[in-house]
Write a protein that binds this ligand. Structure first.
Ligand code: SF4
Length: 280
């Protein structure tokens, strides 16, 4: 079997930064300082397990911590988490991706100027929950074009989008929203890593017989890559987390297979999967 890896895949800049920051903290002298991660550091079970083995405990609520350091992962957090860390004198290790930080700043500034904030994205995703926390949780969160119809007319609208949203979905929803307000400011905040990964997955899916998408089953950006590949190869797109998930028997029918990976996928997992595919 011939295997081609997408031009852009795997760890993005923001995830890489969060991991490096965390390992740097772990390597510091003060081993007595406990380190917590507010939610799993990245959407990758294997990496989270490795960090746990090195003493990074995953917590969901900062109020449960009374001392030590708390890592803010690349998804970012609401403003109240920074206030809580201050109040509790905790050390906050801020690994918020700069692309996400930019959205938080846009939202905070425009909310203060009286704009109604719309976040195009998944309301349950931690990045979106975090962004909403910079405008008193008053943002309207829209995931599907249909939901726009139910909105009233709005005076001043500020539109931002979850960094991992698909570009076509953003454009559709933003166009519908623009008809709802007198004044609109629109920020395409889909990050460049996401755009590159989506484009190269789409290009590759058109050239091969089947696509393997590697990444956490709960990873939003991986799911978007799966959906893009599915549109082009509806019966030949396979989402796997590790090499053992590969449907080896089913894959034997294909000669040319493309591989892409979500932004939280470490290189060693990609390499292992490519090796296994080449041996088919
Ligand atoms: S996917 Fe984009 S926004 Fe998210 S961490 Fe990576 S670079 Fe940052």
């Amino acid at each position: 079997m011939k295997v081609i890896l997408a031009d852009y895949s795997g760890f993005c800049f923001g995830v890489e930064k969060a991991i490096v920051t965390t390992f740097e903290e772990l390597d510091k002298e003060d081993k007595n300082q406990k380190i917590f991660s507010l939610g799993p550091l990245i959407h990758n079970v294997q990496v989270v397990k490795e960090l746990e083995a090195r003493g990074v405990d995953v917590i969901e609520d900062i109020e449960l911590v009374s001392e030590g350091s708390v890592i803010v992962r690349s998804h970012g957090v609401p403003k109240k988490i920074y206030e809580a860390a201050d109040r509790k004198a905790l050390t906050l290790i801020d690994a918020t991706c700069p692309f996400v930080k930019r959205i938080q700043t846009i939202v905070e500034d425009h909310y203060k100027e009286g704009y109604t904030i719309v976040i195009i994205g998944n309301p349950q995703h931690p990045e979106v929950v975090g962004i909403n926390g910079w405008c008193d949780n008053k943002a309207l969160i829209i995931q599907e074009e249909e939901e726009v119809k139910k909105l009233p007319n709005i005076e001043k609208l500020c539109i931002v989008v979850q960094t991992t949203m698909s570009i076509s979905q953003f454009e559709k929803i933003a166009a519908a929203l623009e008809k709802k307000a007198k004044e609109v400011v629109k920020f395409n905040t889909i990050c460049s890593a996401t755009k590159q990964r989506q484009k190269s997955a789409k290009d590759l899916a058109q050239k091969v017989d089947a696509m393997i998408v590697i990444g956490g089953y709960h990873s939003s950006n991986t799911q978007k890559l799966v959906s893009i590949c599915n549109d082009i190869r509806p019966t030949a797109t396979f989402h796997v987390e590790t090499a053992k998930d590969l449907p080896v028997e089913e894959l034997k029918q294909y000669d040319l297979v493309g591989v892409t990976a979500g932004a939280s996928t470490p290189k060693w997992i990609i390499t292992e999967i490519i090796q296994k595919l080449r041996n088919i």
